[in-house]
Ligand binder design. Structure first.
Ligand SMILES: [Zn+2]
Length: 393
């Protein structure tokens, strides 16, 4: 048995001083404080002195990294992305598709389902890599006006038969779907996806207040990269953004890179959604962890200059990593590390229905990130296996 010790631990709902986490194989056996319970005898102690222990991060919106896109057929693609994620503290993630010709989406869903099934059957085969735990289908059921860089020719109206084909191709592994609720047919598809256990998220949308409220009535429960790819907020025309910010039934995520949203908008968002329903995503592309240059996003190309990822004059995903997103929340909004961590751990796990992830407690997966007091990743444990952190971004 291994005992990890450090200066503080965030479960993340509770803070524990002088923590001890006992690991047996890939599981956490106990979480306690050395002030109340001495270290058991015969354990191998690994001490992280002034570090903070937190649950491994869960990124529910990621397209790629390390030069690879999650829709690529290349068998080296997912392992490269997953290694990069682990270096930045992410221990599980939802590979996220973009709008593409139907057969391209279907084959990507099939490949991603296989990767998820293999990881479930034999988690040890992943070694020091983040685990894919479900698919996020982003597009093609999105708004032409708010499509961002999604290719317009491949957008489609939501219909039950098309959803059914995606669902079959993913063998039930779609955990999240971003859709524009104002599109004709959206309500029926929302209801069916919710029945299948999918978290329906509103995004890339030109919806007004009424459309958004109707989608929530139909079962939608989340919003995707709030403000980005949405009808702008108007003071006499509240639209989707006002609905997302004020409706307590909806959780919502943001890209807190300081590029997609002004830091003050990040602060506004966090004040509105609070530590209970705000979620951080990266929306990271293949360019993440790579030098400036040209990279692939699904079936098109993006260009990265000075860390800004663009295609045809519009922002095209990011090169953000989750550890930086967490630190940005502390900088942009003055939040402490504890509530900021919740936005990358417990909250996304709840959104996509993964009840054993995103928290440190007995019985949970030994997915642990070891942080400096200001939130830099020092080490990550994935299923009890230690991984060193990446240098720099
Ligand atoms: Zn995206």
């Amino acid at each position: 048995m291994i005992a990890l010790t450090a200066s503080r631990l965030y479960t993340p709902l509770e803070a524990i001083e002088q923590p001890v986490v006992l690991l047996e194989g890939s599981r956490i056996v106990a979480v306690s404080s050395r002030t109340t319970r001495p270290l058991p005898e015969g354990v191998q102690r690994v001490d992280f002195s002034d570090s903070i222990l937190a649950p491994g991060y869960l990124d529910i919106h990621i397209h790629g990294g390390a030069g690879h896109d999650v829709m690529e057929a290349d068998p080296a693609a997912l392992p490269a992305v997953e290694q990069l994620l682990a270096k930045h503290g992410v221990t599980s993630y939802l590979p996220t598709t973009v709008t593409a010709p139907g057969d391209h989406i279907l084959s990507a869903l099939d490949r991603l389902a296989t990767a998820i099934e293999n990881a479930e059957r034999d988690p040890a085969s992943l070694g020091r890599r983040a685990q894919p735990v479900g698919i996020h289908l982003e597009g093609p059921f999105i708004s032409f006006e708010r499509r961002g860089v999604h290719p317009p020719q491949d957008l489609r109206p939501p219909t039950l038969p098309v959803f059914e084909r995606f669902w079959q191709a993913s063998r039930g592994r779609i955990r999240m779907m971003t859709l524009a609720p104002e599109l004709e047919g959206a309500r029926a598809v929302i209801a069916e996806a919710v029945r299948c256990g999918v978290c329906v998220s509103l995004g890339h949308s030109d919806a007004n207040l009424h459309h958004t409220q109707a989608a929530v009535e139909a079962g939608a429960r989340h919003a995707t990269h709030t403000f980005n790819g949405m009808r702008p907020l108007g003071h006499r025309e509240p639209g989707i953004i006002a609905a997302v910010l004020t409706d307590s039934r909806l959780s919502a995520d943001i890209i807190a890179d300081g590029i997609h949203l002004h830091p003050t908008i990040v602060e506004l968002f966090l004040k509105m959604k609070g530590p209970e329903s705000a979620v951080l995503i990266t929306d990271a592309t293949a360019a993440t962890g790579m030098p400036d240059g040209r990279y692939r996003l699904g079936w098109f190309e993006v260009e990265v200059k000075n860390g800004v990822c663009m295609a045809e004059g519009a922002l095209a995903g990011s090169v953000l990593t989750m550890d930086r997103a967490v630190r940005n929340v502390t900088k942009f909004a003055g939040w402490g590390l504890q509530p900021a961590l919740r936005l990358a751990t417990l909250n996304p796990a709840k959104v996509v229905g993964l009840s054993s992830r995103g928290k440190l407690e007995a019985g949970a997966e030994a997915d642990i990130v070891v942080l400096s007091p200001d939130g830099e990743v020092r080490t990550t444990f994935i299923r009890g296996v230690r991984m060193e952190a990446a240098a720099g971004r």
